[in-house]
Design a protein around this ligand. Sequence first.
Ligand code: SF4
Length: 377
Amino acid sequence: MHLYLHIPFCRQACHYCDFHFSTNTANKRAVVEAIANEIILRKDYLPKADIETIYFGGGTPSMLDEAELHLLLNTINQHFTVSPRAEITLEANPDDLQREKLQQFYNAGINRLSIGIQSFHEPHLQFLNRIHSANEGEICVRTAQEIGITNISIDLIYAIPSPDHSILMQDMQKAFAMDIAHISAYCLTIEPQTAFGSWLKKKKIKPIDEEYAAQQFELLVKNLAENRYEQYEISNFARNGHYSMHNSSYWKQRPYLGVGPSAHSYNGASREYNVSNNARYVEAIQKQIIPTTVETLSPADQTNEYLLTGLRTKWGVNKEKLELLSGSTFASIHSADLQQMTKKNWIREDADNWYLTDSGKLFADRIASDLFIEWNG
Ligand code: SF4
């Protein structure tokens, strides 16, 4: 099974971010204790099985101090059996990753870091309102590697407004030179509830140029492939099979438990969404109540979610599974669409699966939604 912990604190709000976090850390210890208690309250949410992956996401989990990290890991170890081969990832921001802190993470058992680099270019970091400097980004990767954490992923953001593609090329060159195992590359998007969203409304910034974004994506895919990174999911690239085991489990629709404010859980039949408010979360957990909303998934929901996530991966979507989830309706509803998309060279098939082609990857969400089914049950 798979466990996600949401650590909802950040030192500074990035202009593009709409994740749940607070920059007020006054109740950080109380939230961490509540997360530890939720782990206990939810220990039977999924059938008993060894934990294969643990993922500290956020927010900024690298803001956890040593005692807080130990509290969470000890609680997990007391109430679950963690596989000795478990992938244990912690999302981190470069400004937190001094040598001593990295050593603490490593000693505690963190064996994979996902570092929010976003860019190695100072003006781009300032545009995004990142708290760290370009130099800190480079130093923390090298220090982590020296300490022995070699399974490192970095996030890069592309389509940041720029006169040409030279900055993106430089960002990639830096990553290649550091022999980073895994790169997640995300397109800059402007979400309504963010600083960028409000500036866009007031016309202080322009919308992202879609053609420029597509050019940058193609450039990324080409250069990453030339430098031995396999695109195993549209936004995720790995060298030597260093896939994110945790994220791959989401894309393959494996059940997982998510704890912490705003965390989601999935048990195969329903999704649960924890409240996105730190104070309300703590208050509920103190009363032994899990502040969650349950959404039962219809066969259509399950089919559509599988299409949305599975098509983005190198494993594609399995024909038999689509029939199973959709009550044997998928192929008959969409046979004409599938034929047309194959003709356009957006998708391809083998005996078992459907996959996106390279040109299909540019329209992944549209292709998936054109293949959605409706449920009248
Ligand atoms: S550090 Fe991460 S979670 Fe926090 S505001 Fe920035 S992007 Fe969002």
